[in-house]
Ligand binder design. Sequence first.
Ligand code: SOE
Length: 398
Amino acid sequence: MSKQTTDLRIGMVGYAFMGAAHSQAWRTVNRVFDLPLQARMAAICGRDQGRVAEAATRLGWQEHTTDWRSLVGRDDIDLIDVCTPGDSHAEIAIAALAAGKHVLCEKPLANTIDEARAMAAAAARAEAEGVRSVCGFNYRRVPAVALMRRLVADGRIGEIRHVRAVYLQDWITDPQFPLVWRLQKDKAGSGALGDIGAHIIDLTQYVTGQLITGVSGMTETFVKQRPLPAASNGLSAATGDGRTGTGAVTVDDAALFLARLDGGAIATYEATRFATGRKNGLRVEINGSLGSVVFDFERMNELEFYDATRPAAEQGFARILVTEPEHPYMSGWWPPGHLIGYEHSFTHQARDLIEAIATGQAVAPSFADALQVQLVLDAVERSAGLGSTWSEVEPALT
Ligand code: SOE
């Protein structure tokens, strides 16, 4: 591992949507939280010389490069932040871990189970040498979600019976929306299932402390051909730069599944990019023997809590405004009652990773946790391919 100073020197690969979100976090984290290490935005890497140079200036990176291998090999880099499409996660993350760099890797961990297994194995080997790795399931770090987990872990909703989770978006409803990388299996692994379904799988397992053991799923691709894009940049892509014609959409537009969890809960999940009018509608409801909790990302500063142990005349869903210093992560931010947004979940992710590196403690979700999510995705795809037959989720650790 490279020499550790009080600086944590970061090299980021990728500069589109997630690259910008992670950059915002690295820029902000030490200004908000008192941490033992100072994040330094040393170098950013991307394939296109002009665009990566522009991104370095815009996002606040000291240097830029088009060669991720040289970045990973540098002695003056401590952490590699992987914000590329899924088809390069495994190669970059494994090389970085082998070079003794801590790794933050965007979700889903990989495009295939084999890649995810190799990444989890590399992370386990590196962990023994004090190298930390974490997968970017950022919604865990929304304060209301962390509070939800705390209430569930404290037994406030009793025994969990139902998990009801949806992640609804609508950004590709227009059939003329171009064939961006997120719609290509070789680049993204899967569609709505892996991109946003993975978030609700991770989030619900995190909150309940239970793992999905089996599923029955279905997937659908509503628009099978789309115009070829000019250049892909995150979610958006312009058409009409001279490229003509269409290409096949090779991933799911929507994925639905039923699941059983190992603590006895039963669950439903829905992930779609065709829920017209729903922009980032991540909603999770958990019903237990003593109450319920509900989180809706479109109202991310709130948590609904139903406490069935209260006197009958006083029962009803309470709306907790998760903005107080007593709430997870909030003491670093504004005076009580002031709201936070999407970007803050990434800053909290950076905070937790820096703490883990400095203290030598493990940080979750580990690559092994993210492999387990990958195994659930695989089980859903297998089930869908077999007419929704029940598919067991393989154990992550064998
Ligand atoms: C696109 O659907 C996307 O940007 C996901 O890739 C992110 O993980 C999610 O946070 C928002 O939507």
